[in-house]
Structures are given as structure tokens and as C-alpha cells.
Design a protein around this ligand. Structure first.
Ligand code: NAD
Ligand code: UFG
Length: 338
């Protein structure tokens, strides 16, 4: 078999949805995951949706000999690199862990790819690389200045990728800067189930709606925004997953390094998201206003024009769809994959 795509972190939230999109498009994904922040049940969920699952290799992306083994055993054409640590809060407490895990394991992966002459890569970056003081909406040319170690690791990996592409035109690299991924596959078979306590708004709203939490804390209602709460660009995880396919196809035809924002271009406030979630779930969703969370910027919205023009990618799901699909997943799996 050919058309193998190595998917690091493919059992995780965004990785598992992208594996579904890959299988549906006729690719053969190989998931490499150490399951540090995911469950093997996500692989069963993929099998239920697609009728067949990916090749699964349990292991660490930092393990160079394992990577070389994979590249010599399978005819891998490209790599989607999702694996890594993603908690902004934890990164502030343990920055070295983040540099070592995120930057260190990316270096192992890149070294192995170079040696195996697999030089097509899509990297999961984040809107958090932008300078929060930059003018909105953020374009790919907006100034970068991450304000926490997690974001700094993302920018550092981006810079390493620039360095590679600058000296060797054989590299084909897509950097995808995700805005705020939410929702779940409409089947409810896969979704977001972090092993750690979630910090993100949508999972916390849905856990409150399903009764796992008494109330939702709103961090700040006196921002300079129309209703005083922060505005974000939420994007359905299935739209995000499709973006990876579009980027892969683009790299089939174009050399070099390319950066794309993956967001909808539409901002939604915390209060607006809660209102929509109440409509969709029928739950009361009690809230309590708390002081601002440190490091939050009032607004972060993408200009997705470059992805629309170059990748011919258009997000299809509305905020209502995002809430409905996240709720469907949460209701079918109130305790996640357990
Ligand atoms: P996730 O934690 O659900 O998935 C990451 C996966 O990587 C997990 O399955 C985990 O077990 C695996 N993993 C971690 N370290 C590993 C290692 N050393 N070796 C092998 N596997 C390892 O996270 P996600 O939400 O799916 O995010 C995927 C990527 O997208 C991450 O790089 C993240 O930083 C980035 N991103 C996420 C968001 C978001 O809000 N979810 C936003 C922007 C960018
Ligand atoms: N919020 C609350 N209450 C909560 C949780 C969040 O009011 O219990 C608010 C936050 O203050 C913020 C908004 O909801 O205003 C969104 O917060 P999230 O934590 O869901 O998302 P962020 O925009 O802060 O960060 C997320 C990821 C980052 C990523 C960034 C951009 O956590 O890793 O999106 O992609 F970098």
C-alpha cells in the first residue's frame, strides 16, 4: 500500500478528526501516539465512523529509532504533526517541560524525516503566536509575539521550519495557525476528552450543561467589547480537519513553506457562546462572573482569506452546529471516553 500519512498525536482531539478526514479521502494514516493525553477509545470511534481504522503505533515522537523504523517499514509520503503539550497554564508553571516536549520532539521528527527523505509536513501551530496588541483580524503577516511559553514553543518550531525550507527547497511545509477549535464529529463517536482538567470554554460549558459542573465561571465582563466578555474565533473541528486535506493537496503542487490561518473570521463573545449553548442544550448553564484570567486578550479573530483563496477551503459549520455537535458528543459520552 502507498499514500501513507504519518499522523503524530492522531489519537488526540484534532488528530482523530483529521484521521477520519484522511481515511474518507482515500489516504492511509499511520497514527503515532503515546496516549499521554488521549484514549485508545478514540481509535475505536474512528473505526465506527469509517468502517476501518488507521495503523496505530503506540510510542513517542521523540524516539528517533522508532521513527526511522516507521519510515523504513511504510512508504510514508507526508506527515501531519499534531503531537505536543497544549496547556497555556501548565506551560507557564513548567516552561522547560514545554520546550523539551514540543521543540525537542519536533526536532527528532524533522531529523528522521530528513534522513528518510520524507519532506512534506503539516504543522499544528496556533493563533497564540500573534502579538495580542496587533490589529484585528490577524492576517498571516500580523506581527508575532507569543506571551506564554506554550506559544513561544509554537513560534520556535515555526522558525525551525523556516530555517529548513530556506536552505532546502525540497521541503514542502504547511504551518496551520488554528484559532479556537470546538465541536465534535456529528456522529458523536469522537470528540474532545482531555485527561487533564479542561481550561477551554466550550468543554467547560458542555460539562456544566450535562451536570458535571455546578456552574461556569466567566473570566471578566468589563472588557472593551460590546457585552464586556472576550471574543474568539471558534471553528468546528471537522472544518479544521478538512483544512489539513486542502493543505496537503496544495503542498502536492507547491514547494516551500506556507502559513495559513484556520479560523472562520467571525468573532463570538463568551456570553454569546453561552446563550447559543443554552438554546441548543436546553440546560440552564449557571454562570458566575470572576476577575479577568491573566494573559487573556479581549479579542482574537482570524482573517481566513489566504486559506480561502489558496486552499479553496471554506468553513461550513455555524456556531449553532459547533454547539450541537459538541453537545451530542458530551451527551452520548458524559464522562468522555471512559
Ligand atoms: P490533544 O492533546 O488532544 O492531542 C495531542 C496528542 O498527542 C494526544 O493524543 C497525545 O497523547 C499525543 N502526544 C503528546 N505528546 C506526544 C509524544 N511526545 N509522542 C507521541 N504522542 C504524543 O491536542 P489537540 O487539541 O488535538 O491539539 C493538537 C495540536 O494542535 C497540538 O499541537 C496543539 O498545540 C495544537 N493546537 C490546539 C488547539 C486547541 O485549542 N485544541 C489550538 C491551537 C493549536
Ligand atoms: N473563559 C471563561 N471561562 C472559562 C474558560 C474560558 O470565561 O472557564 C473565557 C476566557 O477568558 C477567554 C475565552 O473564554 O476569554 C476563551 O478561552 P479558551 O481557554 O477556550 O481559549 P483561548 O482563546 O484562551 O485559548 C485557546 C487555546 C490555546 C490556543 C488559543 C488560540 O487554549 O491553546 O485558543 O488558538 F493557543
Amino acid at each position: 500500500m502507498s499514500n501513507y500519512v504519518l499522523v503524530t498525536g492522531g489519537a488526540g482531539y484534532i488528530g482523530s478528526h483529521s484521521v477520519v478526514a484522511l481515511i474518507e479521502a482515500g489516504y492511509n494514516p499511520i497514527v503515532l501516539d503515546n496516549f499521554s493525553n488521549s484514549s485508545k477509545e478514540s481509535i475505536s470511534g474512528i473505526e465506527k465512523i469509517c468502517g476501518a481504522g488507521p495503523v496505530v503505533i503506540e510510542g513517542d515522537v521523540g524516539n528517533s529509532s522508532l521513527l526511522m523504523n516507521i519510515f523504513s517499514s511504510y512508504n510514508v509520503n507526508s506527515v501531519l504533526h499534531f503531537s505536543g503539550l497544549k496547556s497555556v497554564e501548565e506551560s507557564t508553571a513548567e516552561p522547560l517541560k514545554y520546550y523539551s516536549e514540543n521543540v525537542g520532539s519536533s526536532l527528532s521528527l524533522l531529523r528522521a524525516m530528513q534522513e528518510a527523505k520524507v519532506q512534506k509536513l503539516i504543522f499544528s501551530s496556533s493563533a497564540t503566536v500573534y502579538n495580542p496588541e496587533s490589529q484585528l483580524p490577524y492576517t498571516e503577516k500580523s506581527p508575532t509575539k507569543p506571551i506564554n511559553p506554550y506559544g513561544q514553543t509554537k513560534l520556535c518550531i515555526e522558525q525551525i521550519l523556516h530555517g529548513l525550507a530556506d536552505v532546502n527547497p525540497k521541503w514542502r511545509i504547511g504551518i496551520l495557525r488554528y484559532f479556537n477549535p470546538v465541536g465534535a464529529h456529528p456522529s458523536g463517536h469522537i470528540g474532545e476528552d482531555p485527561k487533564q482538567q479542561p481550561n477551554n470554554l466550550m468543554p467547560l460549558i458542555m460539562q456544566t450543561a450535562v451536570g458535571r459542573r455546578e456552574k461556569l465561571l466567566i473570566y471578566g465582563d468589563d472588557y472593551d467589547t460590546p457585552d464586556g466578555t472576550c471574543i474568539r474565533d471558534y471553528i468546528h473541528v471537522s472544518d479544521l480537519a478538512r483544512g489539513h486535506l486542502s493543505a496537503l493537496r496544495y503542498l502536492d503542487k507547491h514547494e516551500g513553506l506556507h502559513i495559513w490561518n484556520l479560523g472562520t473570521g467571525k468573532g463570538t463573545s463568551v456570553q454569546e457562546l453561552i446563550k447559543k449553548a443554552r438554546e441548543v442544550t436546553g440546560a440552564e448553564i449557571k454562570t458566575e462572573i470572576r476577575p479577568k484570567r491573566s494573559g487573556d486578550s479581549p479579542e482574537a479573530v482570524a482573517d481566513p482569506k489566504k486559506a480561502k483563496d489558496e486552499l479553496l477551503w471554506h468553513p461550513e459549520y455555524s456556531i449553532g452546529n459547533m454547539c450541537a455537535d459538541h453537545w451530542n458528543w458530551q451527551r452520548q459520552n458524559p464522562d468522555g471516553y471512559q
